[in-house]
Design a protein around this ligand. Structure first.
Ligand SMILES: [Zn+2]
Ligand SMILES: [Zn+2]
Length: 354
């Protein structure tokens, strides 16, 4: 079968490898769709990050590893000891594999697992015709959720966790910085959880339009005028109670400071690659809190799937970006997302069939 293997930075290879065989408690899955995540792009541009360079303590794997972690498919074979799934089941896969034994796992803090492995990182993922996954990672797809929509459960789970960690109350005034896939899903999650107003700051016009289509109260280009004064005018001087920083740049974090008010909370969801200078004096004087939010735990993945199932979240406008074949994943996937017109893409979905 074909698989996209992550060797190192700028060295991802589409290769022919043997189909995997499920071990006990594992299912073999025929991959239908798999999204390209910002973390895959980071791995391509400046890896290795997710892919271990020496044997991973849980899986024993190291580069090259098959990438791809936002995926859905159909079970074709099951290993021993699996009773709740059978061949033919449509599933979405939670790519995180907690050990369930360490100090953090025993407290349910699975994303902080000391030996956490992820399919498409420290285990083979789904940019391939087939993959295998542990049964605790499998979730049956409700009939009305398509394979394409299901690929959004993974990034959406990150938004669910961030909103939960923010302690957001119904009626809150919220800002989302960055309207890429994570920002757009966070916007919708905040609305679904009762935010009364969500203002979006984004430099790319088509993404601002998308944000408004998906329910943003208003969207702005942060390079125009004075964003801090703008938000103050819209909120009787109080500014935002919660700011979700989904861009991952130094300027976005400074923007988060100017948009947030007294006693506010800033959720760091973007991934800054460099150390950032930040005015902690403002944080102190206004008693602001910064909370990092990374990934999700098992219940949050299930909540994300439920949100898609009961249409709390619309994935379709985000999905219009592009759908490509695994054969074209380098040229029409990674090169597009790292090239000069990368902002014209939102989410790219990949299928091995076609
Ligand atoms: Zn992802
Ligand atoms: Zn653990």
């Amino acid at each position: 079968m074909q698989a996209l293997r992550y060797y190192r930075q700028k060295d991802f290879r589409l290769e022919n490898i043997d189909e995997p065989t499920p071990k006990a408690n594992e299912a073999k899955i025929k991959v239908k769709w798999c999204g390209i995540c910002g973390s895959d792009v980071q791995e391509y541009l400046s890896g290795p990050k997710m892919v271990p360079t020496k044997p991973h303590p849980q899986t024993g794997m190291s580069a090259p590893v098959t990438g791809g972690h936002e995926f859905s498919g159909e079970i074709t074979e099951i290993g021993d000891n699996i009773s709740s799934f059978s061949p033919g089941d449509r599933v979405v896969v939670r790519p995180t594999m907690p050990c369930y034994q360490c100090h953090y796992c025993r407290q349910g803090r699975f994303i902080q697992c000391q030996v956490l492995a992820t399919l498409g990182g420290a285990a083979h993922g789904a940019f391939a015709d087939f993959t295998v996954a542990r049964d605790d990672c499998l979730y049956k797809l409700p009939d009305n959720v398509s394979f394409e929509q299901a690929t959004y459960a993974e990034p959406l789970a990150c938004a669910v966790r961030a909103v939960q960690r923010s302690g957001m109350q119904a009626g809150a005034t919220v800002v989302v910085i960055g309207a890429g896939p994570i920002g757009l899903l966070t916007l919708q999650t905040a609305l679904a959880c009762g935010a009364s107003k969500v203002y979006v700051f984004e430099t790319v016009e088509i993404r601002r339009k998308l944000a408004e289509e998906l329910g943003a109260t208003a969207s702005f280009d942060p390079r125009e005028g004075s964003p801090g004064k703008l938000i103050a005018n819209l909120t009787s001087g109080r500014r935002a109670e919660i700011v979700f920083e989904c861009a991952g740049t130094a300027s976005a974090l400074l923007l988060a400071d100017s948009l947030s008010g007294r006693g506010s909370t800033i959720l760091q969801m973007g991934v800054p690659n460099e150390p950032v200078e930040f005015p902690f004096y403002n944080l102190f004087m206004r008693e602001k809190t910064i909370i990092a939010s990374q990934g999700y735990v098992n219940d949050q993945f299930k909540t994300a799937l439920d949100f898609i199932d009961n249409s709390k979240i619309s994935c379709d406008p985000i999905m219009t970006s592009s759908k490509i074949s695994l054969n074209d994943i380098i040229e029409k996937g990674f090169e597009q997302l790292t090239g000069s017109n990368s902002h014209s893409h939102c989410k790219i979905l990949v299928t091995p069939q076609g």
